[in-house]
Write a protein that binds this ligand. Structure first.
Ligand code: HXC
Length: 510
């Protein structure tokens, strides 16, 4: 009997060695962990339960018959992060460069299917040379099978992608369909075609890092939500991030113990908004002073920084935060900000996460570039996302809320539940100067008249009281009591249920 058990242990040892010690050393020499080491860092100690450790590829072409590694090029299974269940696959670069064989895809599909049945998120650790070249169409079919599951799981269980090595060709589309992508700086890249093909086709010279590295994707393209320094940081931040997420779309967001008093007042917020309306201030300060213990997990901080998105907690429960940032482009809404906000709002709505919106927005960004690149359609994404969201929506206007951007930013008109305004709010079609130049154009040559008209417009609209008199602002609140007000609103809205007419699905302006 002991011999039989030893055989099992030997086979396991063989599988754990993947592509062999030399390739493990090579992986380490690039500053990367192996597939199994990554799982160890990601999950609670000892919680990983592997499946399909002995699955092998079935290809016999190109001398593959005698090159089989137990488990093939991906490690799959489940485990816990701070006690909560999650499914994981981790591509093993030491086995055929982590390339995706038919067997590899079947392993991924198996855990994705179970994750949906059980109602738990999937985290994919990507480090792969793409389709297993020796297998031809079988590996392409494998990608297709994974893609279809990405699509069917979307909105059912959260899906996270960590990119920790190469990810190229059609392979990028699986992570692209997951909810969040975290990349590792100087060690991972994503592109549809690499620098050599780019050079041949367009004659552009570009490095891998410039074309599809972590910085590129977390600043320019917005493909990635975060760029982390190394494997360990990426995995540790994923653990922290996971704690904010519900396990599936039928679950309420997780509740953690907090010692931060929901009644806490922050007197410093009374002077956050500067007296000069054109002077910026950092909206992070309001966010951090509102959420529990100042713990805010920001996403895409390097892309469209004029709109801040991320997760925090109030009374221990996860909330999604969307906020204009006056420090960048005066907090204006442009194409990138609208797309960034829209996808985040939709994620929150999928997973029952209440949305808090902090508003200080002078409008949509004017310009030929914006118009020709489709600000109309892209701006509509954010509008659509807010209007279709049925999760609790609490809005706080701190200063400017002008024009269409006022309506878009979770206004009462888009079925926000509770709309607060600070006394410093200005809710109007536009700023006083612009308004007077249009409606009193004939007086433009007379500075005194213009000044008087501007003052008149400011007195009328540079405040929240007209909006409050119409009930589209529920209450004008003291800035220092924002946390308390938001906490009370969310507590009331905990049992909110909102039904919309049946439809197959909407036609969001893509
Ligand atoms: C089979 C592969 C492989 C692949 C790498 N290997 N990619 N084996 N299929 N796609 C093997 C190598 O032969 C090598 O084996 C080992 O993995 C490590 O690869 P190296 O080239 O030595 O590593 P490195 O120098 O770090 O370069 C990594 C790499 C490069 C940039 C990923 O391997 C590469 O360019 N691979 C091909 C990428 C590619 O064209 N894939 C197809 C894309 S199309 P040994 O035995 O020497 O260790 C695609 C379509 C998807 O994926 C479509 C979805 C719809």
């Amino acid at each position: 009997m002991r011999q039989i058990l030893e055989v099992l242990e030997e086979k396991r040892e063989r599988a754990r060695l993947g592509g062999g010690q030399a390739r493990i050393d090579s992986q380490h020499s690039k500053g990367r962990l192996t597939a199994r080491e990554r799982i160890e860092v990601l999950l609670d100690p000892g919680s990983f339960e592997e499946v399909d450790m002995f699955v092998e590829h079935s290809c016999n072409d190109f001398g593959m018959a005698d090159q089989r590694t137990p488990g093939d090029s991906v490690v799959t299974g489940s485990g816990t992060i701070n006690g909560r269940l999650v499914y994981v696959f981790s591509q093993d670069f030491t086995v055929f460069g982590g390339s995706l064989s038919e067997a590899h895809s079947e392993k991924i599909c198996k855990i994705m299917d179970e994750a949906v049945r059980v109602g738990c998120p999937v985290i994919g650790i990507n480090d792969s040379g793409g389709a297993r070249i020796q297998e031809g169409v079988a590996s392409l079919a494998g990608y297709g099978d994974v893609f279809q599951r990405n699509i069917e799981s979307s909105g059912v269980v959260p899906q996270l992608s960590l990119i920790m090595g190469p990810c190229a060709g059609g392979a990028v589309y699986s992570p692209a369909m997951t909810d969040f992508i975290f990349m590792v700086k100087d060690s991972s890249y994503m592109f549809v075609t690499g620098p050599d093909v780019v050079k041949t086709v367009t004659n552009e010279t570009v490095t891998q890092e410039q074309l599809g590295g972590a910085i590129t994707h977390s600043t320019k393209s917005s493909v990635a939500d975060l760029a982390l320094e190394n494997d360990i940081e990426a995995l540790m931040q994923t653990r922290r991030f996971f704690d904010f997420l519900p396990l599936n779309s039928r679950e309420a967001p997780p509740q953690v113990t907090t010692f931060d008093d929901p009644e806490r007042v922050e007197m410093s917020l009374d002077t956050l908004v500067p007296p000069n309306p054109n002077q910026p201030y950092d909206m992070h300060e309001l966010i951090k002073k509102t959420v529990d213990e100042g713990d805010f997990f920001e996403l895409q901080p390097g892309h469209a920084p004029n709109l801040i998105i991320g997760f925090g907690r109030v009374e221990g429960r996860t909330v999604g935060i969307v906020a204009n940032q006056p420090m960048h482009l005066a907090g204006v809404l442009d194409i990138n900000a609208a797309k960034k906000g829209a996808r985040f709002v939709r994620f929150c709505d999928c997973y029952n996460i209440p949305i808090i919106t902090f508003v200080d927005v002078p409008g949509f960004l004017p310009g030929v570039g914006q118009e020709h690149s489709g600000i109309i359609k892209h701006g509509a994404k954010l509008l659509f996302a807010y209007g279709e969201a049925t999760v609790p929506k609490v809005t706080v206007i701190t200063r400017k809320a002008y024009g269409g951007a006022y309506v878009v930013m979770a206004s009462k008109h888009l079925k926000a539940d509770v709309n607060y305004a600070w006394p410093t709010s200005e809710i109007a079609v536009m700023g006083a100067k612009g308004a007077v130049e249009i409606i009193f154009r004939k007086d433009i040559g007379d500075p005194e008249k213009i000044e008087a008209r501007t003052k008149e417009y400011e007195d009328r609209f540079a405040n929240p009281f007209v909006a409050a008199s119409k009930g589209v602002i529920d209450e004008v609140i003291m800035p220092h009591s924002t946390r308390r007000r938001v906490a009370h609103a969310l507590r009331r809205l905990k049992t909110k249920r909102e039904e919309r007419p049946w439809k197959k699905h909407n036609n969001l302006p893509l």
